[in-house]
Unconditional design. Sequence first.
Lengths: 180, 240
Amino acid sequence: MRTVPNEADAVRLGPLDESVYPDWDSAYLDNVGRLYRLMYLKVGNRADAEDLTSEVFRAALGPLRLTASKGEVRAYLLATARTVLAAHWQRRLGLEVTHIDPDIEFDYLASPAPESDAGPRAEKILAALPGHYRRILELRFLEGCSVKESATALAISVSNAKVLQFRALRMAARVAEELE
Amino acid sequence: MTDDQIEGFIESMLEDRAPKEFVATREDTGLLRVAIELRAVPSECAWPDEEFVLSLHQRLAGITDAGAELVPFPPGMSHRHAVAGRPRAWSSHRRSKRKEPRALAAVGKAAAAAFLVAGTFGATQLAGGHSQGASPQRVAAANTVRSGELLAADGRQLGETYAYRANPSWVFMSVQNSGLVGTYICELHLANGNNVMAGVLVAYNGSGDWAHTVNVDVSGLHSATLENSSGEVVATATFS
């Protein structure tokens, strides 16, 4: 998906914070954490999240003006992030895996302490899985266990743990799709 | 996508490394998406390191330092006005570099492009994050630079592009008074028929620029294009 940020984006996002940033440092520091976190939620790893966050600020630095309101700055960062993420997936896998929806994500970017729905949603997904599928995903994704450690915990071979994880993710994907 | 590729993607992600590139199938996106969702649950993983925040802050400040000419100024504003209008914390860095643009006039456009591309090293290195081996150079030999005018379909010149052969190589694109607004995909077209999506150019009030390392042989470049969100080519440049 390719997107072009424009005034319509800002209009569609509704009322924006009309106050302005006193300097670029403030604008950067106010947004970098939440933008990074948003990117992390979309790619799932620190290396890519850092690269994409950097790319967004690099791309937005020239066009952004400090006379713009905080809301406009965030809206522009979000629109740029949407495009940067789309380009990332196009380069990485040739198709889009996750995307940024300004209508949904703007509140997240504007919130002082943003909370994603990742936790509750993950709970729902895991709760819908058979026990052994749920456990392998908990071990790998929530408890940080390696494949070998997970295999030991489940008393199965490493190769079986890999197969189990793959099948569990397939089923989790179907559950996630049904939740949407 | 094979099971091994999915496994590799997930293992990289769980180790906080960037997964390798491969061609995925649409049916696998659901699996990858749910893996990313589950990965993002542990909250301690989802906030940036202080070191990253500080490093990026310093490097962004460096854009307005070393890469002063890369920041497009609003139409009607002179360089002096633009500098004066900059936030104090960053404009102070730029004032000390005011002599450099004048020096550029003497070395010609191609070398100037090389300078500008090199000048963005700090910024684009962090943007791409994969150019650790590059060494900034202030002036390049003319034969290391290829260039082309970015033309609209009606032949109007919107800007220019430069490709700079180095290790890694660089591509620089710039538009001025182009009428373009928003974000555009920069795509490189090779003489062998292959296309490479190189990055994103953001234009504001018709002006914008972009520079990035590219993993292509600059001598094999045929042309470059800018595409809008609909995939429509809005500008094309043929490298000479």
